[in-house]
Design a protein around this ligand. Structure first.
Ligand SMILES: CC(C)(COP(=O)(O)OP(=O)(O)OC[C@H]1O[C@@H](n2cnc3c(N)ncnc32)[C@H](O)[C@@H]1OP(=O)(O)O)[C@@H](O)C(=O)NCCC(=O)NCCS
Length: 248
């Protein structure tokens, strides 16, 4: 990546808000970004603009507040410059609407997003894995909306899925995609360690029609593991193992 690019600011969207209007602001902002993505890159998503443009605001609110999905956005500040500050992922359960920078979040320009689903348990230290890591998610038709029941993650290999990744065309090749992935990886590392997991991986399914997306994912640390077909679309399963020993 060119060294002339400043580090993009990536923010983990909060799930709790001081007022209903704050939630609506964020839900509307996210809706605008997502619909632009569906329009500009229709082949990169399993959903369509036609479908999601019909969603009520209630559906967008529930996407933001979905307890098993963490959504990150990459933003430009009010001066149309990429900010050098990164608000780290929240592992404390604190209210991000009070986090530094949130007050201005609706005023910033959002140019990219990624959603992280999980964790799912792939295997335990004393048991064999029953499937490929990505199979844990392939049966899900849409983002699950139920909070995960409390589970014992100690000693487990936990797996997360990356979904809905995109950067608006005018902001590409400036590092937003990479910083979104790194924010997701940082979140997984912190959360998996806090849960007592021993191993963690992030998986995704890259459409084989999107060869540039695969090149991007390889560049940011994912390895292609298997080619398969889901709902008649061929995809490549890609995996990035997350080192839980690192302290960043
Ligand atoms: C894939 C995507 C998210 C990349 O976002 P981005 O912000 O442009 O990515 P970055 O600037 O962080 O790129 C990091 C590196 O990845 C590689 N890369 C990114 N886009 C690439 C492309 N189109 N072709 C080849 N390599 C690419 C490059 O090595 C790049 O570094 P460089 O610009 O210094 O050469 C963006 O192009 C996109 O939204 N595409 C459409 C939607 C999509 O395909 N989503 C994935 C669905 S599976």
């Amino acid at each position: 990546m060119s060294s002339s690019h400043r580090t993009p600011e990536v923010i983990l969207l909060p799930k709790t808000f001081s007022t209903p209007a704050d939630l609506d602001d964020i839900a509307n902002h996210y809706k605008g970004l997502r619909l632009q993505g569906l329009l500009s890159d229709p082949n990169s998503f399993s959903s369509t603009f036609e479908r999601e443009s019909q969603f009520t605001l209630d559906i967008w609110r529930s996407r933001i507040q979905n307890p098993v999905a963490k959504t990150f956005v990459s933003v430009l500040d009010g001066n149309d410059k990429i900010s050098s500050k990164t608000i780290g992922p929240d592992t404390t359960g604190s209210d991000h609407s009070k986090a530094k920078g949130f007050q201005n979040l609706p005023q910033t320009e959002w140019v990219g997003t990624v959603t992280l689903l999980g964790p799912e348990i792939w295997s335990r230290q004393d048991g064999d894995a029953i499937s490929q890591t990505w199979d844990l998610f392939t049966k899900a038709k849409d983002v699950p909306q139920q909070a995960l029941k409390p589970r014992d993650y100690s000693g487990a290999h936990v797996v997360y899925l990356i979904a809905g990744m995109f950067v608006l065309p005018h902001a590409r090749r400036k590092g937003h995609g990479q910083q979104l992935v790194e924010a997701a990886v940082g979140h997984v590392r912190d959360e998996a360690k806090n849960l007592g997991a021993w191993n963690a991986s992030i998986v995704l399914q890259a459409s084989q029609a999107a060869t540039s997306a695969q090149l991007f994912y390889e560049q940011v640390g994912f390895e292609a593991r298997e080619e398969s077909v889901m709902d008649s679309s061929p995809y490549t399963a890609m995996v990035r193992d997350v080192n839980l020993q690192m302290d960043e």
